[in-house]
Design a protein around this ligand. Structure first.
Ligand code: SF4
Length: 393
């Protein structure tokens, strides 16, 4: 059936004028080409610019160096010139909480005083970093705490890749110059599953992930990067073409009626339209499967009938189904499904031939559910402010 014409995507964020920061430009987040142009603009001879970019790139993204004075293979004059025009600056860590299970959750401040969350999850064979792409979110998925926070703005490419760099700082995993740069990989995987819808900030997310994948820099394989979307259908093919990373879908329901409530963007691109886009996903293969994320909500989407419908819907798509026990937050309108229910659901999916790992809740003691830490911190600040007001301070 032909799809009804859709209204164009409009986003408040695109119309909010951004103040151009004054002062030295930040090299973090620039592509190689942008960095080259920036160097030439401050007087680097064109013939040298590409080589200079290579050198600076290595200092920043291989060795984690921030201070131009320490970039010892550059001439003193050139280092002084760099210091005059540029900075190498990351978002600021406002708070860090470490769970008893080793999960680290950071609240990070970006330009304008806005805050986003970053979560590092260590596992035996990998260390996964969950990063944010927007401050707040335009979408209002009803199970998601971030969905209760208004969209403020898109993150810049520098702010997206900056999250990866600051966690590498915290893990102390920048190698010493001259040492084997592959020796440590505490941060081995990136998931774009934090605050925001990454496909509504496509260009900045793409540019940041290109920096992450640069083989002479952070050098993360595209297969170690997973972008999670709620289903922005027109951008799905672009993700394969322009980023080439793995794809995860916030699926969460097996009927349009339920998905309309849980993931309201479904009203614009329904399950049928979404699955058609996924079937056409250019990189699909058995070794590059799409992950379907499915949050288990008691009595909402967790019945045996749902499990059977789910496997029927995704038939033919190389897929893995990630069952997520709901991480309840204060005031959440849902409850987590029981362990028995999750197991029964998982058994049906598994019997149909799909891997269906149940995600182990991580960092519950530090409010690792997306969006929770930011709200809690805001509440704490408010009450401190109220106390101060009452005390006449
Ligand atoms: S699940 Fe993702 S897209 Fe939906 S409201 Fe939360 S952050 Fe936004």
């Amino acid at each position: 059936m032909a799809e009804a014409p859709k209204a164009p995507i409009t986003q408040d964020v695109l119309t909010i004028p951004r103040k151009i920061p004054e002062g030295p430009a930040n090299l973090i987040g620039m592509s190689r080409e942008q960095m080259r142009a920036a160097l030439i603009a401050v007087g680097t001879p064109e013939k040298q610019a590409k080589m200079r970019v290579g050198q600076i790139w290595q200092w920043i993204y291989v060795w984690g160096m921030r201070d131009f004075a320490e970039m010892t293979n550059l001439s003193k004059d050139f280092r002084a010139q760099l210091a005059e025009h540029f900075v190498v600056a990351l978002p600021e860590v406002v708070s860090k909480n470490v769970s008893t299970d080793g999960t680290r959750k950071y609240l990070v401040r970006i330009a304008g005083g806005h805050e986003v969350e970053v979560v590092y999850i260590p596992e035996t064979d990998r260390g996964t970093l969950c990063i944010s792409s927007q401050v707040g979110c335009t979408l209002t998925c009803s199970f998601c705490h971030t969905g209760t926070q208004k969209l403020v703005r898109n993150l810049t490419a520098g702010e997206v890749i900056g999250q990866v760099m600051l966690v590498r700082d915290d893990l102390d995993e920048w190698p010493t110059p001259g040492a084997n740069k592959e020796a440590q990989r505490l941060l081995s995987n990136i998931v774009l599953m934090g605050m925001g819808e990454p496909l509504y900030n496509f260009d900045n997310v793409r540019d940041a992930m290109k920096i992450a994948m640069d083989p002479e820099g952070l050098s993360l394989s595209r297969r170690r990067i997973t972008l999670s979307t709620s289903g922005i259908v027109p951008e799905i093919a672009r993700t394969a073409d322009e980023i080439g990373c793995m794809l995860a879908i916030s699926f969460h329901a097996t009927t349009d009626a339920v998905r309309d409530t849980l993931v309201p963007i479904n009203k614009r691109w329904n399950i049928e339209a979404l699955l058609a886009a996924l079937r056409a996903y250019p990189r699909l293969s058995n070794s590059e499967r799409i992950t379907f994320e499915y949050v288990m909500l008691d009595g909402v989407n967790d019945s045996d009938a749902d499990a059977h419908r789910l496997v029927a819907l995704i038939k033919g798509i190389p897929a893995k189904i990630n069952l997520i026990p709901f991480n309840e937050w204060p005031g959440a309108p849902y409850k987590r499904s029981s362990n028995n229910r999750i197991r029964a659901f998982s058994d049906i999916v598994y019997a149909a031939g799909y891997a269906s790992p149940v995600r182990k809740p991580r960092g519950e003691d530090i409010m690792a559910a997306c969006g929770q830490l930011k709200s809690a911190t805001e509440r704490a600040r408010k009450s401190r402010a109220e106390i101060a007001a009452e005390a006449g301070i």
